[in-house]
Design a protein around this ligand. Structure first.
Ligand code: ATP
Length: 221
């Protein structure tokens, strides 16, 4: 369970990006977060992996307060989270395989079955056998699939994606939305922000709408 309790985020210059946001997300939910540009979506998502910390209030995951986590504990937190953030770009000078392998290297020791995990993640996103290719040779949609493979290679129980379909044409965007749905069906909790809620509406997700740093609407699934 993810809990936000009266979370406030003030950036330097006193800009209030989140003005006191509270909600709970249960295990296995599919949550679509929308809101105008600057509403605070990225800020909210970044609080879950402790990339941003609340100015006030608390964020917890499965009972652990992540808003005040020691720096040394953060890698353990992130090991259980899959992240597809706007800044999580691919390394263009490394193969698709190496890009997806990256989180496995970061966690310290390579699992014995690391290569198998990478292959399984690539297969999961429809890129089986493409590991040797280089990212610049892939379409935008395929690059996004690599980023998603990289996010799921650790088999996280929670997957967070910040506008994963931005810059993709509608057919690719629908494919990517379908991928998230398939992960959700496999039991993964999904929190995805989008400018286009319609991409997910057929699955009747929980819809949360942010406006000016406040939770304006929260439609249960
Ligand atoms: N590191 C930062 N320092 C100062 N202000 C910031 C920082 N990050 C975000 N902001 C400001 O906080 C507000 C919320 O930003 P945020 O990126 O969370 O919104 P968003 O809803 O994700 O927007 P978009 O849809 O454009 O990505 C914006 O006005 C932004 O300029």
């Amino acid at each position: 369970m993810i809990v936000f309790d009266k979370v406030v985020k003030r950036y330097p210059g006193d800009y209030v990006a989140l003005g006191g946001v509270s909600f709970e997300i249960r295990h296995g939910e599919l949550v679509v977060l929308s809101g105008h540009s600057g509403a605070g979506k990225s800020t909210l998502l970044k609080m879950i992996p402790a990339i941003e910390r609340p100015t006030a209030g608390m964020v917890s995951i499965n009972g652990q307060d992540v808003s005040r986590l020691r720096a040394s504990a953060i890698p353990y937190l992130r090991r259980n989270l899959g992240l597809v953030l706007q800044e999580s770009r691919l390394l263009f000078d490394r193969s698709v395989f190496d890009n997806v392998m990256l989180p496995l290297r970061i966690t310290g020791h390579l699992p014995r079955d690391a290569a198998k995990r990478v292959d399984a993640a690539l297969e999961r996103v429809g890129l089986a056998g493409r590991g040797r290719e280089m990212p610049p040779g892939l379409s935008g949609g395929e690059q996004q699939r690599v980023a998603i493979a990289r996010a799921i290679v650790n088999r996280p129980s929670i997957l967070i994606a910040d506008e994963p379909t931005a810059h993709l044409d509608s057919a690719y965007a629908r494919d990517i939305a379908g991928l998230f749905k398939s992960f959700n069906e496999a039991g993964v909790t999904i929190i995805v922000s989008t400018h286009d809620e319609r991409l997910f509406s057929q699955w009747r997700p929980r819809r949360m709408v942010l406006g000016k740093g406040l939770l304006m609407r929260d439609f249960a699934a």
